[in-house]
Design a protein around this ligand. Sequence first.
Ligand code: C2E
Ligand code: MG
Ligand code: MG
Length: 323
Amino acid sequence: AEAVGKCISEAIVFKGRTLYANASIGLVLSSPNHFKAEEVLRDSDIAMYHAKDNRRSWSVFDRSMRARAVTRQQMETDLRYAIVCNELQLFYQPIVNLATMKLHGFEALLRWKHPRKGMIQPGDFIPLSEDTGLIVPMTLQALENACGQTVKWQQQYPGHEYLSMSVNLSGKHFADPALVEQVENILKETAIDPQCVKLEITESSTMEDAENAIGKLNQLKQAGVRLSIDDFGTGYSSLSYLRRLPVDTLKIDRSFVSAMAEPGEDDEIVRTIMALAHALKLDVIAEGVENVQQLAILRRLGCQFGQGYLFAPPLPLDAVEKM
Ligand code: C2E
Ligand code: MG
Ligand code: MG
C-alpha cells in the first residue's frame, strides 16, 4: 500500500502546471465474519474512508470502524431530514458597542433540535455537514432566516434600523462557485440592506487558494455585504496577505480575550491585534467576553465591539425579543 501511495503521489506535469494526486487505500483481512465478497468490499471501503479522514495513505479495517460508520450514516440521514423538517434553529448572540454599551447587532449561530437527542451544538454537526455537502443548503437556510428576521427587527424596534446580522460561512461553502449568486439572491428576496449583513469566514478558509479567495471576497463586497475574519489570531495569515483581503472586521479569538485578564498574563496579544486593525482600518470585535475585568481592558485598548456571556449567551428568538 505504501509503495502504491508513493507511486501515485509523484508529481504530474499537465499543461505546464504541476499537479499532485493522493491515494488512500483500505485493507481488510478476510475473517469468518465475512460471508460474501460484498461484505469484504464494504469493509475495505469503510477502511479507505477511515484513511482519508485521518489523512493517511492506508488503514486496515477493524470492527470499531464499522460501528462508527453506521453512527455517521445515521447522523447524515438525520441531518438531511433535519434540514427539510426545520429542526435546525438559529440562536442569536448580541454584539455590543463597547463605547456606548448599546446593542450593535447579533451573530446567528445554528443549533439542531434533534427529536431524540435534544439540542446538538454546531461543533457536533457542522463537520459532518461539511463532509457531506449539506453545509450549503444549511447555510442558505440560515442566511435567509437571519436576514428575514433582521428586517423584521429593524422595522419593529425604533432606533434599530441599522441592526447588523453576522452569519458564519464555512470554508467548504466559501469555495463553492455558486456562493456569490446565492448570497445576492437572498439579499434580494429578503430586501435587507446588504450593509447590515456580515459574513464571517476564518483565516484558514481563505488561505487554501489565496488568489481565488481574494477574488471571491471582492465579489461579495460588490454585492454590498460586509466581511469579518472569525477566530482571528488562530490561523497563520501573513501581514502582507491580510492587507490584501477586502475585509471590514477582525474578530479576536476567545482564547486571547480569556488569557488577557488571567494572573501572570498580559494584554499584549490583544493590544497587538488592535494596533494591526487600526493600521489596516478595520473594526474589531472581541469574542468570548466573560467578565468585567476583560471588558475594562478591552475598553481601555479601544476595542469597538464585544460579544460574550457577560452580555448574553446565544439566545433563541423569543428570549431575544424579551431582551
Ligand atoms: P464562532 O463563529 O466563533 O462562534 C462563537 C462561539 O463562541 C459560539 O459557539 C458561541 O456560543 C461561543 N461563545 C460566545 N460567547 C462566549 C463566551 O463568553 N464564552 C464561551 N466559552 N463561549 C462563547 P457555538 O454556537 O457553539 O458555535 C461554535 C462554532 O460553530 C462557531 O464559532 C462557528 O464556527 C460554527 N457555527 C455556528 N453556527 C454556524 C453556521 O450557521 N454556519 C457555519 N458554517 N458555522 C457555524
Ligand atoms: Mg462566528
Ligand atoms: Mg469565532
